[in-house]
Design a protein around this ligand. Sequence first.
Ligand code: 5GP
Length: 216
Amino acid sequence: MTSPVGNRRGLMLVLSSPSGAGKTTMSKRLLAGDPQISLSVSATTRAPRAGEIDGVDYRFVKDAAFDRLVATGMLLEWAHVFGNRYGTPREPVEAALADGRDILFDIDWQGTQQLRQSQAGGDLVSIFLLPPTLEELHNRLKSRASDSDEVIAGRMARAADEISHWAEYDYVLVNDDPGQCLYEIRSILVTERLRRSRQIGLAGFVRDLLNEGERP
Ligand code: 5GP
Protein backbone atom coordinates (compact mmCIF):
# COMPACT_ATOMS: atom_id res chain seq x y z
CA MET A 1 0.00 0.00 0.00
CA THR A 2 1.26 3.46 -0.85
CA SER A 3 -1.31 5.34 1.23
CA PRO A 4 0.17 7.83 3.74
CA VAL A 5 -2.22 6.30 6.25
CA GLY A 6 -0.39 2.96 6.01
CA ASN A 7 -1.87 -0.50 5.95
CA ARG A 8 -5.53 -1.21 5.57
CA ARG A 9 -7.61 -4.28 6.23
CA GLY A 10 -8.43 -6.38 3.16
CA LEU A 11 -12.02 -6.86 2.07
CA MET A 12 -14.01 -9.74 0.61
CA LEU A 13 -15.76 -8.66 -2.57
CA VAL A 14 -18.56 -11.01 -3.61
CA LEU A 15 -19.97 -10.95 -7.12
CA SER A 16 -23.14 -13.01 -7.53
CA SER A 17 -25.57 -13.31 -10.41
CA PRO A 18 -27.50 -15.95 -12.27
CA SER A 19 -25.21 -18.00 -14.52
CA GLY A 20 -24.66 -16.12 -17.78
CA ALA A 21 -25.16 -12.56 -16.47
CA GLY A 22 -21.52 -11.76 -17.16
CA LYS A 23 -20.01 -12.26 -13.73
CA THR A 24 -17.06 -14.39 -14.89
CA THR A 25 -16.12 -11.82 -17.56
CA MET A 26 -16.39 -9.00 -15.00
CA SER A 27 -14.25 -10.93 -12.52
CA LYS A 28 -11.52 -11.55 -15.09
CA ARG A 29 -11.41 -7.92 -16.19
CA LEU A 30 -11.39 -6.63 -12.62
CA LEU A 31 -8.55 -8.98 -11.63
CA ALA A 32 -6.50 -8.13 -14.73
CA GLY A 33 -6.55 -4.41 -13.93
CA ASP A 34 -6.00 -4.42 -10.17
CA PRO A 35 -3.00 -6.07 -8.46
CA GLN A 36 -4.49 -5.55 -4.97
CA ILE A 37 -7.26 -8.10 -5.51
CA SER A 38 -7.03 -11.80 -6.26
CA LEU A 39 -9.61 -14.51 -6.94
CA SER A 40 -10.71 -17.07 -4.40
CA VAL A 41 -10.42 -20.32 -6.37
CA SER A 42 -13.32 -22.53 -5.30
CA ALA A 43 -13.25 -26.29 -4.98
CA THR A 44 -15.97 -28.05 -6.96
CA THR A 45 -17.18 -31.54 -7.75
CA ARG A 46 -18.35 -30.36 -11.21
CA ALA A 47 -16.43 -31.61 -14.28
CA PRO A 48 -14.19 -29.02 -15.99
CA ARG A 49 -15.61 -27.21 -19.04
CA ALA A 50 -13.51 -26.87 -22.19
CA GLY A 51 -10.69 -24.41 -21.53
CA GLU A 52 -11.00 -24.46 -17.74
CA ILE A 53 -7.74 -25.06 -15.88
CA ASP A 54 -7.49 -26.93 -12.59
CA GLY A 55 -6.17 -24.61 -9.87
CA VAL A 56 -6.96 -21.48 -11.91
CA ASP A 57 -10.70 -21.57 -12.59
CA TYR A 58 -11.55 -24.12 -9.92
CA ARG A 59 -9.95 -26.90 -7.93
CA PHE A 60 -11.74 -29.86 -9.52
CA VAL A 61 -12.12 -32.58 -6.90
CA LYS A 62 -13.88 -35.93 -6.52
CA ASP A 63 -16.80 -36.33 -4.10
CA ALA A 64 -14.64 -38.04 -1.47
CA ALA A 65 -12.07 -35.24 -1.54
CA PHE A 66 -14.84 -32.64 -1.14
CA ASP A 67 -16.23 -34.63 1.82
CA ARG A 68 -12.78 -34.41 3.44
CA LEU A 69 -12.57 -30.64 2.89
CA VAL A 70 -15.95 -30.23 4.61
CA ALA A 71 -15.15 -32.64 7.47
CA THR A 72 -11.83 -30.99 8.29
CA GLY A 73 -13.25 -27.44 8.32
CA MET A 74 -11.12 -26.38 5.35
CA LEU A 75 -14.03 -24.56 3.67
CA LEU A 76 -15.27 -21.13 4.71
CA GLU A 77 -18.61 -21.89 3.07
CA TRP A 78 -20.02 -24.45 0.64
CA ALA A 79 -23.27 -25.16 -1.19
CA HIS A 80 -25.04 -27.45 -3.63
CA VAL A 81 -25.50 -25.73 -7.01
CA PHE A 82 -26.92 -27.52 -10.10
CA GLY A 83 -26.35 -30.94 -8.53
CA ASN A 84 -22.68 -30.30 -7.78
CA ARG A 85 -20.93 -28.97 -4.70
CA TYR A 86 -18.88 -25.77 -4.62
CA GLY A 87 -16.91 -24.35 -1.70
CA THR A 88 -14.42 -21.66 -0.71
CA PRO A 89 -11.07 -22.80 0.73
CA ARG A 90 -10.55 -21.03 4.05
CA GLU A 91 -6.79 -20.62 4.32
CA PRO A 92 -6.02 -18.35 1.29
CA VAL A 93 -8.84 -15.98 2.29
CA GLU A 94 -7.71 -15.58 5.90
CA ALA A 95 -4.08 -15.05 4.80
CA ALA A 96 -5.04 -12.37 2.26
CA LEU A 97 -7.27 -10.42 4.66
CA ALA A 98 -4.63 -10.37 7.38
CA ASP A 99 -2.12 -9.15 4.81
CA GLY A 100 -4.32 -6.23 3.67
CA ARG A 101 -5.13 -7.78 0.29
CA ASP A 102 -8.61 -8.08 -1.15
CA ILE A 103 -10.27 -11.28 -2.33
CA LEU A 104 -12.88 -11.61 -5.06
CA PHE A 105 -15.53 -14.35 -4.78
CA ASP A 106 -17.61 -15.64 -7.67
CA ILE A 107 -20.13 -17.49 -5.50
CA ASP A 108 -23.90 -17.86 -5.25
CA TRP A 109 -26.39 -16.38 -2.73
CA GLN A 110 -26.06 -19.39 -0.39
CA GLY A 111 -22.31 -18.87 -0.08
CA THR A 112 -22.76 -15.12 0.36
CA GLN A 113 -25.16 -15.69 3.26
CA GLN A 114 -22.68 -18.04 4.92
CA LEU A 115 -19.80 -15.57 4.52
CA ARG A 116 -21.91 -12.79 6.01
CA GLN A 117 -22.66 -14.95 9.05
CA SER A 118 -19.01 -16.01 9.43
CA GLN A 119 -16.43 -14.33 11.63
CA ALA A 120 -15.22 -12.32 8.64
CA GLY A 121 -18.74 -10.99 7.90
CA GLY A 122 -17.66 -7.40 8.56
CA ASP A 123 -15.10 -7.66 5.75
CA LEU A 124 -17.76 -8.52 3.18
CA VAL A 125 -18.88 -6.23 0.36
CA SER A 126 -21.47 -7.88 -1.86
CA ILE A 127 -22.57 -7.02 -5.39
CA PHE A 128 -25.40 -8.65 -7.34
CA LEU A 129 -25.38 -8.45 -11.14
CA LEU A 130 -28.71 -8.56 -12.98
CA PRO A 131 -29.05 -9.31 -16.70
CA PRO A 132 -30.90 -6.59 -18.69
CA THR A 133 -33.51 -9.20 -19.78
CA LEU A 134 -34.08 -12.94 -19.35
CA GLU A 135 -33.86 -13.32 -23.13
CA GLU A 136 -30.35 -11.90 -23.05
CA LEU A 137 -29.46 -14.35 -20.28
CA HIS A 138 -30.75 -17.26 -22.37
CA ASN A 139 -28.73 -16.11 -25.40
CA ARG A 140 -25.56 -15.87 -23.33
CA LEU A 141 -26.07 -19.37 -21.92
CA LYS A 142 -26.71 -20.80 -25.40
CA SER A 143 -23.48 -19.31 -26.70
CA ARG A 144 -21.58 -21.49 -24.23
CA ALA A 145 -21.19 -24.50 -26.49
CA SER A 146 -20.17 -26.75 -23.61
CA ASP A 147 -23.57 -26.94 -21.90
CA SER A 148 -26.38 -29.24 -23.14
CA ASP A 149 -29.96 -27.97 -23.71
CA GLU A 150 -30.98 -29.74 -20.53
CA VAL A 151 -28.26 -27.97 -18.52
CA ILE A 152 -29.25 -24.61 -20.04
CA ALA A 153 -32.93 -25.19 -19.17
CA GLY A 154 -31.87 -26.00 -15.60
CA ARG A 155 -29.79 -22.84 -15.39
CA MET A 156 -32.69 -20.71 -16.67
CA ALA A 157 -35.00 -22.26 -14.09
CA ARG A 158 -32.47 -21.49 -11.38
CA ALA A 159 -31.93 -17.91 -12.59
CA ALA A 160 -35.26 -16.74 -11.17
CA ASP A 161 -34.42 -18.33 -7.83
CA GLU A 162 -30.97 -16.67 -7.77
CA ILE A 163 -32.46 -13.28 -8.75
CA SER A 164 -35.00 -13.53 -5.91
CA HIS A 165 -32.09 -12.95 -3.49
CA TRP A 166 -31.14 -9.54 -4.96
CA ALA A 167 -32.19 -7.61 -1.84
CA GLU A 168 -29.65 -9.44 0.35
CA TYR A 169 -26.77 -7.65 -1.42
CA ASP A 170 -25.11 -4.31 -0.63
CA TYR A 171 -25.08 -3.23 -4.29
CA VAL A 172 -27.19 -4.28 -7.30
CA LEU A 173 -26.03 -3.52 -10.85
CA VAL A 174 -27.68 -4.20 -14.22
CA ASN A 175 -25.08 -5.54 -16.63
CA ASP A 176 -26.39 -3.84 -19.75
CA ASP A 177 -23.05 -2.44 -20.90
CA PRO A 178 -19.99 -4.43 -19.72
CA GLY A 179 -17.68 -1.38 -19.77
CA GLN A 180 -20.05 0.64 -17.60
CA CYS A 181 -20.64 -2.32 -15.28
CA LEU A 182 -16.90 -2.81 -14.77
CA TYR A 183 -16.52 0.91 -14.04
CA GLU A 184 -19.26 0.65 -11.40
CA ILE A 185 -17.67 -2.41 -9.76
CA ARG A 186 -14.29 -0.65 -9.64
CA SER A 187 -15.92 2.44 -8.13
CA ILE A 188 -17.51 0.36 -5.37
CA LEU A 189 -14.16 -1.28 -4.63
CA VAL A 190 -12.29 2.02 -4.47
CA THR A 191 -14.92 3.52 -2.17
CA GLU A 192 -15.16 0.53 0.15
CA ARG A 193 -11.37 0.46 0.57
CA LEU A 194 -11.62 4.01 1.93
CA ARG A 195 -14.06 3.15 4.72
CA ARG A 196 -12.74 4.43 8.01
CA SER A 197 -12.96 0.99 9.62
CA ARG A 198 -10.66 -0.49 6.94
CA GLN A 199 -7.95 2.17 7.25
CA ILE A 200 -6.26 0.72 10.30
CA GLY A 201 -3.41 3.23 10.26
CA LEU A 202 -5.77 6.21 10.37
CA ALA A 203 -5.74 6.92 14.13
CA GLY A 204 -1.91 7.09 14.16
CA PHE A 205 -1.85 9.22 11.03
CA VAL A 206 -4.26 11.79 12.50
CA ARG A 207 -2.36 11.82 15.82
CA ASP A 208 0.89 12.60 13.98
CA LEU A 209 -0.90 15.19 11.88
CA LEU A 210 -2.14 17.03 14.98
CA ASN A 211 1.22 16.75 16.75
CA GLU A 212 2.85 18.33 13.73
CA GLY A 213 0.54 21.37 14.21
CA GLU A 214 1.70 21.78 17.81
CA ARG A 215 5.37 21.87 16.90
CA PRO A 216 6.92 25.36 16.96
P1 5GP B 1 -20.41 -22.62 -12.74
O1 5GP B 1 -20.65 -24.10 -12.70
O2 5GP B 1 -21.20 -21.93 -13.83
O3 5GP B 1 -18.94 -22.27 -12.78
O4 5GP B 1 -20.93 -22.03 -11.35
C1 5GP B 1 -22.23 -22.30 -10.94
C2 5GP B 1 -22.57 -21.42 -9.74
O5 5GP B 1 -21.81 -21.82 -8.61
C3 5GP B 1 -22.29 -19.95 -9.96
O6 5GP B 1 -23.44 -19.22 -9.53
C4 5GP B 1 -21.14 -19.67 -9.06
O7 5GP B 1 -21.15 -18.35 -8.59
C5 5GP B 1 -21.37 -20.65 -7.94
N1 5GP B 1 -20.13 -20.94 -7.19
C6 5GP B 1 -18.88 -21.09 -7.68
N2 5GP B 1 -18.01 -21.33 -6.69
C7 5GP B 1 -18.73 -21.32 -5.55
C8 5GP B 1 -18.36 -21.49 -4.16
O8 5GP B 1 -17.21 -21.69 -3.78
N3 5GP B 1 -19.38 -21.41 -3.26
C9 5GP B 1 -20.68 -21.18 -3.62
N4 5GP B 1 -21.57 -21.10 -2.66
N5 5GP B 1 -21.04 -21.01 -4.91
C10 5GP B 1 -20.08 -21.08 -5.86
